[in-house]
Design a protein around this ligand. Structure first.
Ligand SMILES: [Fe+2]
Length: 247
């Protein structure tokens, strides 16, 4: 099962508004055409978008996102990040004909169970999994114990060694990693860090996907970016593999 993992689109208020001289709409459009091209070469079963879809949470940016995603005609999961505004996302969602979005944010195939977990704390850049969300996550993992489990979320759980984002990562990452270890979760995918990174620990892969908008310079404490952008293709086969597509 091949899954495309997009993260941190940061679509701005208007197409003309740039972030650090980057047009986030141009990047998303480019990535989108690449996904179309890749889809003509191989089967993509699912697209997961792990948050910061919008930079300022405008309804228009969500309308743009949902329209494009629907036109792919591939099931997709949209997780929200610290820049997103849930009520505005929901407004756009109720307006659009949304046939392909998986609103439960859960997906099963024969061997894999994909779950997402909400890490957003309203008004804060850091992430935290609430007690209720934690319990819900554990319940879902146990219920699907016959499958390989993959979890997607917005905030990164392991420092990427870039202080500007490690200062606002997932606050209760230790508890999450212990839970994943306990139930032999195979994969955790996230965004937020704008610093692509993959770790392998025992049988678990933890992966921060490259942002669609821009990357932070590795190790930076201040606002310094690289305009490179991209996404990952994760092949959830017995030998899990990750292809990073960078532009
Ligand atoms: Fe974020």
């Amino acid at each position: 099962m091949k899954v495309i993992h997009l993260t941190d689109l940061h679509l701005t208020r208007s197409r003309e508004q740039r972030m650090f001289d980057v047009s986030t709409y141009d990047n998303f459009d480019f990535v989108f055409e690449e996904i179309r091209r890749i889809k003509s070469l191989t089967v993509i079963e699912l697209v997961v978008v792990s948050g910061d879809i919008s930079n300022d949470g405008d309804v228009d940016s969500y309308r743009y996102f949902l329209n494009k995603m629907e036109s792919l005609k591939t099931p997709y999961i949209a997780i929200l990040g610290n820049h997103d505004i849930k009520s505005n996302f929901d407004t756009a969602l109720t307006e659009e004909e949304s046939e392909y979005i998986i609103t439960s944010c859960e997906y099963n195939n024969n061997t894999w169970h994909i779950i997402s977990v909400d890490t957003v704390v309203e008004g804060e850049d850091y992430g935290f999994i609430s007690k209720d969300n934690f319990a819900e996550l554990e319940r879902k993992i146990i219920k699907n114990s016959g499958f390989n489990t993959a979890i997607f979320m917005h905030h990164h759980a392991i420092p990427v060694d870039t202080p500007i984002v490690d200062s606002c990562m997932l606050n209760n990452a230790k508890e999450l990693l212990e839970l994943c270890d306990k139930y032999k979760v195979r994969f955790i995918g996230s965004g937020h860090a704008h610093t692509p990174r993959t770790w392998h620990h025992n049988n678990m892969t933890t992966c921060v996907a490259p942002a669609v908008a821009f990357q932070w310079l590795l190790g930076t404490e201040t606002v310094k970016i690289s305009t490179g952008f991209g996404f990952n293709i994760i092949n959830f086969s017995p030998d899990l593999s990750i292809t990073s597509c960078i532009y």
